[in-house]
Design a protein around this ligand. Structure first.
Ligand code: ADP
Length: 269
């Protein structure tokens, strides 16, 4: 019998692969290239299937704010803003693809606007066939948060975290690892509060209180920051384990992919 490969869902957080905190339309090339190298190293050590969801940081959030794209597309300017946002988010995907291909990893871009349709900002259809095709062909599918068609609003924001929730629901990955710019979920925002303590495990017992503690992102983030992330995960995990870790610390991504110990928050619901 053919052994089924483990499916790992990896989020490269916008706060780490882009200059989200400085609100600059720039990639953090160092973190991105290092991440690609660590993925390649892990793939040499162990066989697994991988899906990569890229956070887009300012390439999404700043455009959405500037052009007011989250409450319906009514004007010409908003239409132009939608087009620009899509182009900018595709640019992030292209950068991630370049970094992975440099490491000889085959990839396939699966843009959100191909596979997702929303109504009033809520997903009404999310097709996973493109992901399956890529995995069957030995490719790593890459997607991002982006603007997608919306039945009522014409276009609306579909965040990377929403894509994650859909993929979890439909493809049931064995491992979900989310790289960001802090070590995990803390008792309060560690960028503001130096007394914040890392919460090593989130389970059914402490989930409610942790959601109350996690605030929205300090950087421009129209999709809810750490709080939004946790709420979306909580809805979908259903017994799956997730792990939030720091992508800025080198070595972490390789360890997370291989299931080795690292400083992080594990979510077991
Ligand atoms: P990403 O873009 O990597 O997906 P976000 O910007 O959405 O990440 O969320 C990460 C940010 O959330 C951190 O940079 C941190 O400042 C902020 N944050 C707010 N509350 C918390 C908390 N309780 N624990 C950890 N981070 C928090």
């Amino acid at each position: 019998m053919k052994k089924v490969k483990e499916l790992i869902l990896l989020k490269l957080g916008g706060s780490s692969i882009t200059k989200k905190a400085d609100n600059k339309f720039e990639m953090n090339e160092e973190v991105l290239n290092n991440s690609a190298k660590e993925i390649a190293l892990a793939l040499k050590e162990k066989e697994f299937n991988l899906i990569v969801i890229c956070g887009v940081g300012p390439f999404g959030h700043t455009n959405v704010k500037e052009y007011d794209l989250n409450n319906g597309i009514k004007t010409k300017k908003q239409e132009e803003g939608t087009e620009k946002t899509i182009k900018d988010c595709d640019f992030v995907a292209d950068k991630v693809i370049d970094a992975l291909e440099k490491q000889k990893i085959k990839t396939r871009h699966v843009p959100g606007y191909w596979v997702c349709k929303q109504d009033n900002k809520k997903v009404i259809a999310y097709e996973i066939e493109e992901y399956e095709k890529a995995l069957h062909g030995g490719e790593v599918p890459i997607t991002t948060g982006i603007m997608v068609k919306d039945r009522t609003l014409k276009w609306s924001v579909m965040s990377g975290d929403t894509a994650i929730a859909q993929i979890i629901k439909q493809m049931k990955p064995q491992k979900i690892i989310l790289g960001t710019d802090v070590d995990g979920i803390y008792t309060s925002d560690p960028k503001i509060d130096s007394n914040a303590k890392l919460i090593k495990e989130i389970n059914k017992e402490n989930l409610e209180s942790v959601i109350k503690m996690a605030s929205e992102s300090k950087a421009v983030d129209v999709t809810g920051g750490m709080k939004g992330k946790l709420e979306k995960l909580a809805e979908q995990l259903n017994g799956n384990e997730a792990q939030i870790f720091n992508l800025l610390t080198s070595g972490n991504l390789e360890k997370a992919l291989l299931g080795k110990e690292l400083n992080s928050t594990k979510i077991k619901l």
